[in-house]
Design a protein around this ligand. Structure first.
Ligand SMILES: Cc1ncc(COP(=O)(O)O)c(C=O)c1O
Length: 402
């Protein structure tokens, strides 16, 4: 063992924290536990047979290309398939030159951090926000400022106030980070007017918007709200997408989409990060789209998760005591439970684990350390029966603590 190894660690690694959620997930591996903790898709929905056919085809017909290094920008075939889907489904005016493939969207967040952030810069996020985003930006020394959410998404007036305040302190705001659809962790979708208001604030302060959008296609009901990428006519938005929630997280395939001026810098930093994402997996994914499997499978995912969400909402209604409220997501993988103000979900977590049910403490998604009375609940991973039973167990623990 090297002597005094601590003296060798970089300042950067010393300032980084392990993801609380990934640590929690270890706890939830225990036999018999019902886990609402991870953001995991239902593995029964992984299209193993169709992917086997695509894999076989790619190896037989393009084996030598698939097993070789690829372009940093990503496989042209996959970029074309993704651009076609965005044109068809979202009406975006884009092509393959507006897309760079990343090693899932977590890498997209990291690359955005590398492109924009120096120590002391400020990022505007929602309160609460996706922890992986907060951690990625903090790792570049950025200060994360939280802006409160209401039922229509991040408050536009609070965002403007916070930006003005930050500027008055002599600090530099670099971008606004948002998950507009079925937000992780709160399950809230930003309405159209709020999107337009936030876009105006971005224009006024000359700030890019990072639209983190891994759940967008997983909509159960309600009206789709136009993407920031579509509403923006001035090239201010970088959208991050991912196949993790709509195909398989094991693929580690995502993308950054926007004006080539941003993408050129993303490519520069990606060359340092990993040269390129797996050519093999990208070509399988492209084939999966080309054969029409994706369009069919997403319908199955939506149907299955809608049933799971409904079961969970029904169980919350049936079992939770008065004083506990929750969000009603129109899509995605999560809902957010708000306990009475004086309750602490960390204490609840310990008791819940004893009863074999797990969730994520909402506090970890709040960059200002608030939200101690909140919890994030995933409804996509467990079965319908477990969603109901898990909520019943949670409600018992909550009643005891009350
Ligand atoms: C909002 C958001 N962004 C990014 C990610 C990262 O996903 P992946 O790297 O698997 O694409 C997640 C995962 O849960 C997420 O919820």
């Amino acid at each position: 063992m090297i002597n005094n190894i601590e003296s060798l660690w970089s300042e950067k690694v010393n300032s980084m924290k392990k993801s609380v959620i990934r640590e929690l997930l270890k706890l939830t591996q225990k036999e018999g536990i019902i886990s609402f903790a991870g953001g995991l898709p239902d593995p029964a929905l992984f299209p193993v047979d169709d992917l086997s056919k695509c894999t076989e085809y790619v190896l037989q017909t393009h084996g030598s290309k698939a097993l070789q290094y690829g372009l940093t920008e990503g496989d042209l075939g996959l970029r074309k398939e993704l651009a076609t889907r965005y044109r068809q489904i979202e009406g975006l005016n884009i092509d393959e030159n507006n897309i760079v493939i990343t090693t899932a969207s977590q890498q997209g967040l990291d690359l955005v951090g590398r492109v924009f952030l120096d120590k002391g810069d400020v990022v505007m996020c929602a309160l609460p926000s996706y922890l992986g985003g907060i951690n990625a930006f903090s790792s570049y020394g950025a200060e994360i400022k939280g802006v409160k959410l209401d039922e229509n998404g991040m408050s536009a007036t609070a965002l403007d106030d916070e930006i003005n305040k930050t500027k008055a302190e002599g600090k530099k705001v670099k971008f606004i980070y948002l998950v507009p659809d079925f937000q992780n962790p709160a399950g809230i979708t930003m309405n159209r007017q709020r999107r337009l208001d936030i876009l105006d604030i971005a224009y006024k302060h000359n700030l890019p918007i990072i639209e983190d959008s891994p759940y967008r296609e997983v909509r159960f009901d309600g009206e789709p709200q136009e993407m920031f990428q579509s509403l923006d006519k001035k090239g201010f938005v970088i959208t991050l997408g991912s196949l993790s929630k709509v195909l398989a997280p094991g693929f580690r395939i995502g993308w950054a989409m926007g004006d080539p001026i941003f993408l050129d810098k993303i490519v520069t930093v990606k060359q340092v990060a990993d040269l390129c994402s797996s050519s093999f997996v990208q070509m399988i994914a492209a084939e999966y789209f080309r054969q029409g499997y994706y369009a069919e499978n997403i319908k199955k995912i939506i149907k299955a998760y809608r049933e799971k969400r409904d079961a969970m909402l029904g169980a919350l209604e049936e079992f939770m005591p008065e004083g506990v409220t929750w969000t009603h997501p129109e899509g995605g993988l999560f809902l957010f439970v708000i306990l009475p103000k004086n309750m602490n979900s960390e204490a609840l977590f310990e008791k819940a684990i004893e009863r074999n049910v797990a969730f994520v403490i909402g506090n970890v998604f709040h960059c200002d350390n608030s939200g101690k009375n909140t919890m994030r609940i995933n409804f996509s991973f467990s079965s319908i029966e477990d969603n109901i039973e898990g909520v019943r167990r949670l409600s018992e623990v909550i009643k005891e603590m009350m």
